[in-house]
Structures are given as structure tokens and as C-alpha cells.
Design a protein around this ligand. Structure first.
Ligand code: HEC
Ligand code: HEC
Ligand code: HEC
Ligand code: HEC
Length: 305
């Protein structure tokens, strides 16, 4: 139940018989890639009833059976009553599941740490939007809940600003006419702006990272310089080892991009002496896990010497 409490809370009320079917489906899918098992497991997710009833009120208030709660509470249905409650329109509603969780037996589960980052960094730094503002109300996103897997959302979340200045670097005391004693170079400043309401990256894949990558190519397309930097959360177990599976992670080190802040990286690139034209490519990528990576931004600059 420690994982289902957010992923499929309906199982809290399931019968012993059904839980056995679920357990069997997990085994069948794992061992035989059984499609019937897959179908059952895929339906164990966060459904209408979970958000609009089961999790729609905060204790000590308890949801009534056959009532769907909403922020407006308007509309009629032959299947259920409709009631208005402000909780479902508040960030705390989402934070029930999108944050660190202390299981009833006291075990902490760090699947997502968004709630903590939202409250202690975004709101603390003056952020005013709710989860629903950005993820549902903005651009009529409604119930699509875009996140990591939607490149437009990633583009919106990470702003990029690149400044470059050409420099010719002379050896000490070299006369300006001596072309054998100089190198083309560049001063590069990259600003990454986190426009989201929480750190980037976050989420249950502890392998996630944002990668800033700079590559300089000469006239022939040969790589003459590279620079990079990565942003991520490190999940540690109780012994201080870095781990990647949610139930192993108990402590954090934070190298991510903080919200409402500009993270600035500066590079000084020195190129080979005979290069006259450099193409500088700056890329921002969102790496989810091995084999899954999204290109968020790519910017090209030509530097002439
Ligand atoms: C992850 C939680 C979540 C799930 C799942 C979900 N909803 Fe919602 N729904 C919300 C939230 C939050 C709002 C309020 C949005 C706002 O305040 O702008 C909402 C608003 C609504 C509204 C507008 C009515 C009102 O009073 O706010 C309707 C209708 C609705 N949802 C129907 C559904 C249906 C049907 C499903 C299943 C197909 C569903 N929802 C699944 C969270 C959810
Ligand atoms: C009952 C627990 C629960 C509640 C409440 C809930 N979520 Fe989620 N949410 C999940 C789970 C679990 C997933 C992951 C689903 C999966 O991948 O199987 C998810 C996925 C998402 C994603 C997609 C993440 C990605 O990387 O693609 C977004 C965005 C999101 N939720 C936003 C919200 C917002 C905004 C609210 C409040 C209106 C909310 N959620 C309320 C459990 C919840
Ligand atoms: C100011 C707008 C904004 C607010 C407020 C905001 N988000 Fe996001 N969120 C974004 C953007 C943009 C992204 C895409 C960039 C990224 O992946 O972090 C995102 C990504 C996500 C993701 C997927 C990435 C991940 O790390 O798993 C989840 C889940 C999510 N948000 C949930 C929430 C929840 C829950 C809240 C409220 C506690 C919230 N967001 C508040 C803008 C916002
Ligand atoms: C406190 C609620 C909560 C608990 C407990 C929880 N998760 Fe999650 N999990 C989420 C939310 C919310 C998301 C989706 C957004 C994200 O990745 O930030 C998620 C995402 C995931 C993902 C990534 C899905 C994807 O496609 O991006 C995996 C895998 C996962 N959880 C596994 C687990 C396992 C295994 C456990 C039990 C050890 C667990 N979770 C316990 C809330 C929870």
C-alpha cells in the first residue's frame, strides 16, 4: 500500500480477493508480459472518483458516498450528486500525492518532492500561482496535466538566455601582429531561468537531470571545444549511498534548478589558433532515464575571428 496510496488509492478499499488478482496480474505481467494483466494494471490509476471524491476533502472532513466535489459544484448528473468545496482548487489538494510521504508505519517515501519545493522555495520566494493555475487553468490545459513528457511544458519551465563575446587571446608580451601567438576565444554566459512552481527536475525517476551542453564546431564541423553542466537531485539511502529507486531514497542532496531563480553558468572557451569561424551550439536537454531524453532548447551562434 505504500506505493498505491498515491498511485491507486482505490486499492485501500479493495477486497482481499481483488488484491490477490492484482498481485497475480503483477506476476503475470512481469513474467509473461500477459496482456490481460497489463490491461488490469493500467486501469489502477488516479481516476475521476479519486480526485473528485476520495481525496477531495481534507481530514477531518470526510467525503460522502456518491458525491463528486468540485470548485464550482455546478452541473447535474443522474449518477451522483455534485457539491462545491474549495480544497480541490487549492495546491494542498495536489500536494497530498506530489510530495514526500510518511507511511503510517513511519517509513518515509520520497517518490516526488514537488510539494516541499513548491512551498519552501517557490512560495517562500514570492510565487503566487497554484498547481491548478499552471497545470490546469493556464492555456485551458484542463485535465491533461502536462509535465515532463510534454516538450512545450518543459520549454515553458526552463528559460534560456545565452550571451557570447568574442575575444582574441594573445600570449604574454606577444605583438598584435604575431598571429602565431594568439588564439580565438569566447566568453559565454548562460542563464537558465526556472519558470515552474518547483525545482526542475523533480519526480520519481531519480535518474532525471537537466543537461546544459555547449559545443563549438570549426569551419569543417569538427568539435573544437565543449562545455557542460548537469542539474539533478541526488537520492541517498540511510547509509549515504546514492540510490535510484523511490523506496531506497531517504535523504537528498539538491543540484537542481531552483524555482524563481536564475542559474548562471560562465564559460571561457579557447579555440585552436587557425580557426576563423566557430559555430557555438547551446542545448538544454531533459534526461528522464536511460533511453529517454527530450531536447528543450537549441541555440546556434556564429563567431568570426
Ligand atoms: C488529478 C485529479 C483529478 C482527476 C483524476 C480528475 N479531476 Fe476533474 N478536476 C480536478 C480539479 C483540481 C478541478 C478544478 C480545476 C480548477 O479549479 O480550475 C477539476 C474540475 C473538474 C470539473 C469542473 C467542475 C468543478 O466544480 O470544478 C469537472 C466537471 C471535472 N473535473 C470532471 C472530471 C472527470 C469526469 C474526471 C475523470 C475523467 C476528472 N474530473 C478527473 C482534478 C481532477
Ligand atoms: C491521488 C494522488 C494524486 C493527486 C491528488 C494528484 N496527482 Fe498528479 N499524479 C499522480 C500520480 C500517481 C501521477 C503519475 C501517473 C503515472 O505516471 O502513472 C501523477 C501525474 C501528474 C502529472 C504528470 C507528471 C509528468 O511528469 O508527466 C502532473 C503534471 C500532475 N500529476 C499534476 C497534478 C496536479 C496539478 C494536481 C492537483 C490538481 C494533481 N496532480 C493531483 C497522483 C496524484
Ligand atoms: C508557475 C507555474 C507552475 C506551478 C505553480 C506549478 N508547476 Fe508543476 N510544472 C510547471 C512546468 C512549467 C513544468 C515543466 C518543467 C518540469 O518538468 O519541471 C512542471 C512540471 C511538473 C511535473 C512534472 C515534472 C516532475 O518533476 O515530475 C509535476 C508532477 C508537476 N509539475 C506538479 C506540480 C504540482 C503538484 C504543483 C503544486 C504543488 C505544481 N506543479 C506547481 C509549472 C508549474
Ligand atoms: C506520496 C505519494 C506517492 C507515493 C507514496 C509513491 N509515489 Fe510514485 N509517484 C507519485 C507521483 C505524484 C508521481 C508522478 C509525478 C512525478 O514523477 O513527480 C509518481 C511517479 C512515479 C514513477 C514514475 C512514473 C513516470 O512515468 O514518470 C514511478 C516509477 C513511481 N512513482 C514508483 C513508485 C513506487 C515504486 C512507490 C513505492 C515505493 C511510489 N511510487 C510511491 C506519488 C507517489
Amino acid at each position: 500500500m505504500k506505493c498505491f496510496v498515491c498511485h491507486a488509492p482505490q486499492l485501500e478499499q479493495a477486497s482481499e480477493k481483488f488484491m490477490r488478482e492484482v498481485a497475480q496480474a503483477v506476476i503475470d505481467y512481469y513474467e509473461k508480459k500477459d496482456s490481460k494483466a497489463k490491461n488490469l494494471l493500467e486501469r489502477l490509476t488516479v481516476t475521476c472518483y479519486i480526485c473528485h471524491n476520495m481525496k477531495a476533502l481534507h481530514p477531518p472532513e470526510r467525503p460522502e458516498p456518491n458525491v463528486m466535489y468540485g470548485t464550482k459544484g455546478k452541473g447535474q448528473s443522474p449518477f451522483h450528486a455534485v457539491k462545491r468545496h474549495p480544497y480541490i482548487g487549492n495546491s494542498n489538494f495536489c500536494m497530498q500525492c506530489h510530495g514526500a510521504y510518511l507511511a503510517p508505519d513511519g517509513e518515509p517515501i520520497f517518490c516526488s518532492t514537488i510539494a516541499q519545493s513548491y512551498r519552501d522555495h517557490y512560495v517562500a520566494m514570492g510565487g503566487q500561482s497554484s498547481c491548478q493555475d499552471c497545470h490546469m487553468r493556464a492555456k485551458n490545459r484542463g485535465h491533461t496535466f502536462p509535465g515532463t513528457y510534454v516538450v512545450d511544458m518543459l520549454k515553458e519551465g526552463i528559460g534560456l538566455n545565452v550571451q557570447v563575446r568574442n575575444v582574441i587571446e594573445y600570449k604574454p608580451f606577444a605583438p598584435l601582429t604575431d598571429h602565431t601567438k594568439r588564439n580565438p576565444a569566447a566568453v559565454i554566459t548562460v542563464d537558465l531561468i526556472n519558470n515552474a512552481g518547483h525545482r526542475i527536475p523533480d519526480g520519481c525517476y531519480w535518474t532525471s537531470k537537466v543537461i546544459l551542453e555547449l559545443v563549438a564546431l570549426d569551419e569543417k564541423g569538427k568539435v573544437v571545444w565543449k562545455g557542460d553542466k548537469e542539474y539533478f537531485e541526488i537520492g541517498l539511502d540511510w547509509y549515504g549511498n546514492r540510490r535510484f529507486v523511490s523506496f531506497e531514497v531517504k535523504d537528498l542532496v539538491d543540484f537542481s534548478l531552483p524555482p524563481r531563480e536564475v542559474t548562471t553558468e560562465r564559460f571561457y572557451a579557447i579555440f585552436p589558433r587557425d580557426v576563423r569561424r566557430v559555430e557555438l551550439i547551446t542545448r538544454v536537454k531533459y534526461h528522464v532515464k536511460s533511453g529517454m531524453e527530450f531536447l528543450v532548447h537549441e541555440e546556434k551562434r556564429i563567431l568570426e575571428y
